[in-house]
Design a protein around this ligand. Structure first.
Ligand code: E4P
Length: 216
């Protein structure tokens, strides 16, 4: 199992990363912007340094630019920050050319903004380490997200050659549990979902009863 925290918020890192539950952190330009950060090499170098002070193994940072050359340049610069950086790239044609090039340089990649099963096939062909489908948004579009995840898993099982399904856009801890029961083992989510990892009113009551008994 690999869990990633999908945020660029330093307070969230301080709250969640010391728990030891997270394999790493995922970010993208939208997430950076939400925390008032630019997609800029020095900003991301600072973010990577912050994250790697915690007990995690990977930081995923997204390359930027629409052309393949820009994606490869920014991706190579991100990967040079630390060997634990995984470079995210959207599943556009230029993006996939960039993933193929970076794969040839030995750079680890995540193909992101994935909505359709055939895009998992494309990511596998490019040698991506992860493919990140937007589960919640697929459901929002009226499709059966669990069925799509199952199909992508089946594709990667036969064609994946090491490409891992990293399910993104989760809306609840229950989403992660349902998907894990359906065979998924790698997830990224924000702090609202992280809060839900422990939440159950019966657990709260049972924990309180333990504390009261221990105090007596
Ligand atoms: C992943 O890269 C995205 O940040 C994220 O999972 C999208 O989630 P949303 O649908 O909640 O915006």
């Amino acid at each position: 199992l690999r869990l990633f925290l999908d945020t660029a918020d330093r307070e969230a890192y301080a709250r969640w990363l010391p728990t030891g539950l997270f394999h790493g952190v995922t970010t993208n330009p939208t997430i950076l912007e939400r925390s008032g950060l630019r997609s800029d090499l020095s900003v991301l170098a600072g973010l990577v340094e912050t994250v790697l002070r915690y007990p995690v193994q990977e930081v995923q940072a997204q390359a930027w630019g629409t052309e393949t050359r820009a994606l490869v340049e920014t991706g190579r610069a991100l990967a040079a920050i630390d060997p634990r950086v995984v470079v995210k790239v959207p599943v556009t044609e230029n993006g996939m050319r960039a993933v193929c090039e970076m794969h040839a340089f030995g750079i680890r990649t995540t193909v992101t903004a994935v909505y359709a099963s055939h895009q998992a096939l494309t990511a596998a062909a490019a040698g991506a380490d992860y493919v990140a489908p937007y589960f919640g948004r697929i459901n929002d579009a009226g499709r059966d997200g669990v069925a799509v995840m199952r199909e992508m898993r089946a594709i990667l099982a036969t064609a994946g050659d090491g490409t891992r399904l990293l399910v993104a856009s989760l809306r609840s801890a229950d989403d992660a549990a349902r998907l894990a029961a359906a065979g998924c083992d790698t997830f990224t989510f924000g702090t609202a979902v992280a809060e839900g990892l422990f939440a159950d009113p019966d657990t709260t009551a049972a924990a309180r009863a333990f504390e009261e008994a221990a105090a007596r």
